[in-house]
Design a protein around this ligand. Sequence first.
Ligand code: ADP
Ligand code: ZN
Ligand code: ZN
Length: 689
Amino acid sequence: MTEALRVQVAVETPQHSGLARPLDYTSKCPLTPGVLVRVPLGRREVLGIVWRERAEGSDFPDEQLLRPVAEVFDALPPLAPAWLALVEFAAAYYQRGLGELALAVLPPELRKLDAPGLAKRHARLIKRLDKAVAADAVDVARPEPGEAQQQALDAIELALSQPQPLPILLHGVTGSGKTEVYLRAAESVLARGRQVLVLVPEINLTPQLEARFAERFPGRRLVSMHSGLTPVQRLSHWLQALLGRADIVLGTRLSVFAPLPRLGLVVVDEEHDPSYKQQEGARYSARDLAVYRAHLERVPVILGSATPSLETWQRAEEGRYQKLTLAGRVGDGALPRVRLFDMGVLPRSKGAPPVLAPLVLQSLRERLERGEQSLVFLNRRGYAPVLHCPDCGWKSGCPHCSAWRVFHKTERTLRCHHCGFTERVPRACPDCGNLDIAPIGRGTERLEEQLAELLPGARIARLDADSARGKGQLESRLAEVHAGEVDILVGTQMVTKGHDFRRITLVVAINPDSALFASDFRAPERLFALLMQAGGRAGRDAAAADRSEMWIQTWHPKHALYAALKTHDFGAFAASQLAERRGASLPPFSHLALLRAESRDAAVAMAFLRAAADATALLPGADQVMIYPPVPPAVQKVAGIERLQMLVECGSRVLLQRLLAEWLPSLHAVRAEHKGLARWAIDVDPLSI
Ligand code: ADP
Ligand code: ZN
Ligand code: ZN
């Protein structure tokens, strides 16, 4: 009788079960790490990934009876060692179970298949791919790179031949030709027989970029990866990547885990975008993992942005990243002239300032007369953020959250944007019966209505999460804008992202000031990026560029952020922000983790966090780590659950990681002592605090 071999298999075990490591199984034949298998777990049989060939140490742990691997998916090539290393790093860094993370980033459809089922899918896919005739290598028209683009491309070319290239920051405003650089760099990588991974922050932005890559590389196979795919598509695209059949993989944050046996280049477009951070489960940053993956696989990574994250910018300043700059717009496209309107100078009628300053209204009228388009940006949706009774003081609070319910006029509802609780808007005040309840403040819906009153005859369209909720609504609205059927586009930050509107010559930002004084230290950075991006929508058409402008209605026209925006000087803005952050020991000059706790009873969450803080006392390096008192987030109660968070700060990433690795496992025991705790979670490198 031959002795059975031992293998360690990553399976999905919940983080809190304490089984964070791969489990031991036996196998009759040797199994390469990265091979997919099905194994028994409890009474079920589950999908797993062979992680190591043999368990370390010579003895089987007494408590675990080794069971044999049930099935091997031998039709597929194993996941590459670099893929396993990436997942192992991500699980350790973000403090999640290895199996939990590894299985979460595989296509869910895989779990439903047994080995013969998958082999059948695989064979069918290969047959289909082999039958598809490759398009002839036609001569695709492509612009000659400009001088700055050529310099960037030379640097990327050099990086491609280096054994361990530095990450590259490609800094350039909207329309400076960054995408063209990605395309040329991809061309070079594809010619070397390698695969290209392109990350985009949002699913809405994939079709445009996909179209540009597909058009440039008609003979190459491009697959997308995002949440809009059906499970069957997702599996098919994943298989094409794994089999090396896909040359280009383009997708949202999850695609950083795409299996790519011939990876040659990673591109992260709009690298500063907060959407790259996963907000639940393993709270990973796809941007940071892309940098790590490129390092592991010794390939260049290009981080592109007009307004890089300050973390990335600082690394470039320190020479840890290579900075390449595209200084101006391609051709004669100029950046819009940024103008600030001081709302403080306006006379107030009945206490409230007018929605639009006269000069701004005049600018909108000029666009209408010339047949040009305008974009009006207000980062708040709904009609009004709150309804109010002037007689008794009633306000439209949410009974389940510490937040107001938003008045949606066309829908005739009061809707909570935190828990979704929705009711028909009351006819009269629920407390005193007063019929004159009134909206306070303004959202995009009201702005749209007010613009229609001020500019009769203008064709106005609104773009926000409410108006774009239905399938295809976003696309059809954008198509209207492109077709010139819209004069004024009103919207939230949704309108500022990526869309290439050629005819827009005016961008108006309505009172974006609140972010200047927000408690989140990243709020100014976000606002600057948002306004740069919004401004970037104007003047993309060179013929109209000299007429393009951005108006900002503000109560703080002297603020340094607006001064830097006026001169389009990201460097100056970054320098002032970084100086502040350095002084306050904030990232990138320190490293943070946030421990969150949730309970119906705030006292329970508080007690858990305090006990958790006490548990650090004896850990190595505890004296180098600062633990702040627990505080509520901006909205403390959501859907009846009280939330608290505790910030952990350390000057050294390594020390923080060491502490977390010791601390987190001990919190399972702490939790057990706090009955009534609904959930707890750790967020490493949190984006919003
Ligand atoms: P970004 O990604 O920085 O917004 P793009 O690469 O999309 O910039 O370039 C903006 C526009 O200019 C696109 O229409 C693109 O086709 C065009 N373009 C880019 N580079 C060149 C070039 N070297 N010559 C002519 N047109 C170019
Ligand atoms: Zn009332
Ligand atoms: Zn609510």
